[in-house]
Design a protein around this ligand. Structure first.
Ligand code: PLP
Length: 265
């Protein structure tokens, strides 16, 4: 059941999003997290002040160090930062991840609007990473950016999901949290059809890192051998409970409670 996940993503010093959220999520769901850091951001619950990408050689060396020794049962990709980093990730996937599931959260901007990807990343995602993904987890803005379609409701989420599946993705979980309404629909599109995962919206400002957390929860499920729909269902439930029990830290959009599965002694 353990499940090793190599997380390739950016660092959030405030601990709510990025690799920090990914490591906590994988751990809280019983898996083992290793990391290759693509960018160092400076941010907290109030917003993103900036970021520096890690050099492509250093990203590749981190991935090689993990894969050459510990190995992975799934890869999760989050923030990539710039296009040199994106190219390094594509090459590393070709070298190491042909036979394991790859979950890609196509991070382009923070919910507050600050860019988390420089020019070229969206294009590389579209051309080289969508076709390599076992599962893409775009929110509505990311789904629109990757397909050129307008994405604003259930039908258009499904259309964007289908477009990414037609472009080579194994499956797409289009997340509906940014749409209004008292029920949130996360929509899983595969070759075989469409599954809708519904949750009640919790009125809260504690949603920082929700996308990172959901994608990592899906990745660890796949690493543990769960069928896709079961991995997604567990992930959606995990995120919902993490939002419901959020600790309320910070003056802005606060972090989730990743540890709700963990019993303290
Ligand atoms: N910081 C990093 C490093 C991220 O990877 C992400 C999103 O994936 C964010 C911030 C954005 O978090 P949010 O969507 O909660 O603004």
């Amino acid at each position: 059941m353990k499940g090793r996940v190599l997380v390739i993503a950016g660092s959030d010093p405030s601990g709510g999003a990025g690799v920090q959220a990914d490591v906590k999520t994988v751990t809280a769901l019983g898996g083992y997290a290793a990391t290759a850091i693509t960018a160092l951001t400076v941010q907290n619950t109030k917003g993103v002040a900036g970021f520096d990408p890690v050099s492509p050689a250093l990203i590749r060396a981190q991935i090689d160090a993990v894969m050459d020794d510990v190995g992975a049962d799934a890869v999760k990709i989050g923030m990539i930062g710039d296009d040199n980093a994106a190219q390094a990730v594509v090459e590393a996937l070709d070298a190491w991840a042909r036979a394991i599931p790859v979950v890609i959260d196509p991070v382009l901007a923070a919910t507050g609007g600050e860019a988390l990807a420089r020019d070229g990343v969206a294009q590389t995602l579209r051309a080289h990473l969508v076709p390599r993904a076992t599962l893409m987890t775009p929110n509505i803005d990311e789904a629109a950016a990757l397909t050129g379609l307008e994405v604003c409701d259930r039908e258009t989420m499904i259309a964007a999901g289908r477009a990414m599946v037609n472009a080579g993705a194994g499956a797409v979980l289009a997340t509906g949290g940014h749409l209004p309404g008292s029920t949130i629909e996360d929509i899983l599109v595969t070759d075989g059809g469409v599954d809708v995962f519904e949750t009640d919206r919790i009125e809260t400002t504690s949603t920082h890192g929700t996308g990172c957390t959901l994608a990592s929860a899906c990745a660890v499920g796949l690493a543990q051998g769960l069928p896709l729909a079961q991995a997604v269902e567990r992930a959606v439930g995990y995120v919902q409970e993490a939002i419901r029990t959020a600790p309320g830290y910070g003056a802005g959009r606060g972090p989730l409670n990743h540890a709700h599965t963990v019993r303290t002694a």
